[in-house]
Ligand binder design. Structure first.
Ligand code: 5GP
Length: 194
């Protein structure tokens, strides 16, 4: 998506460890009209899918998911990172390895908010090795809901998460796919939608 690629080139900062910081407009300070445009684009790409719920993971996915959800007119539900588990059978539960914090989180979601009747679109800010998405997909599977696909703002195409999910048959729509990055440049995979 051209608008997003231009913004990453202008305001993105490449950090050591293959981290792209976009915190001035996406996941710390948030440029709402800009993210709203991303929401419109996700709606365009998933216009054929009968989505009933948008699923994300705290914390940085939540704000983005809310703006996206306005275009689908469905609720957002987010998986919570739990410090200690006090399970009472009313929660879906899985583990996620965090790319940025290098630790494993327990992740939970109330069974009240996802069921076999749902058609789910997962939304997240980044896709790197795919651990966050795999965790969310396990929750969807446990709930019996239909996974319609995943909408990702920035996929790091040089890490294998996106490709391996596509090989599993998951519909992954990334608005920008970074093929490589250096301290002062970011290059993107050609986008079939532009
Ligand atoms: P994965 O689970 O796919 O390895 O990593 C995805 C998660 O890690 C995202 O939810 C995002 O929060 C974080 N992440 C991965 N790579 C980056 C990055 O380059 N920049 C930022 N800001 N977050 C990242």
């Amino acid at each position: 998506m051209q608008l997003l690629e231009e913004r990453i080139r202008k305001d993105g900062i490449v950090k050591p460890g293959n981290i792209l910081k976009v915190d001035s407009f996406l996941n710390h300070q948030m440029d709402i009209p800009f993210i709203n445009e991303l929401g419109k684009e996700f709606k365009r790409r998933f216009a054929d899918a009968p989505i009933t719920k948008i699923l994300t993971i705290e914390a940085s996915g939540i704000g983005i998911a809310c703006l996206v959800a306005q275009h689908f007119n469905v609720p957002v539900v987010f998986a919570k990172k739990a410090q200690s588990l006090n399970l009472d059978g009313e929660m879906y539960c899985t583990k996620v390895q965090s790319f940025t914090h290098k630790r494993v989180y327990d992740v939970i979601l109330s069974k009240k908010f996802l069921s076999a009747e749902d058609h789910v679109l997962i939304i997240d800010d980044f896709l790197a090795n795919g651990c966050a998405l795999q965790g969310l997909m396990e929750i969807v599977k446990e709930s019996g809901a239909v996974l319609e696909g995943a909408g990702i703002v920035v996929e790091k195409g040089f890490q294998n998460g996106g490709d391996s999910l596509r090989e599993q048959g998951i519909r992954v729509e990334s608005l920008a796919i970074v093929d490589s990055m250096t301290d002062d440049s970011v290059s993107f995979r050609k986008d079939e939608w532009d």
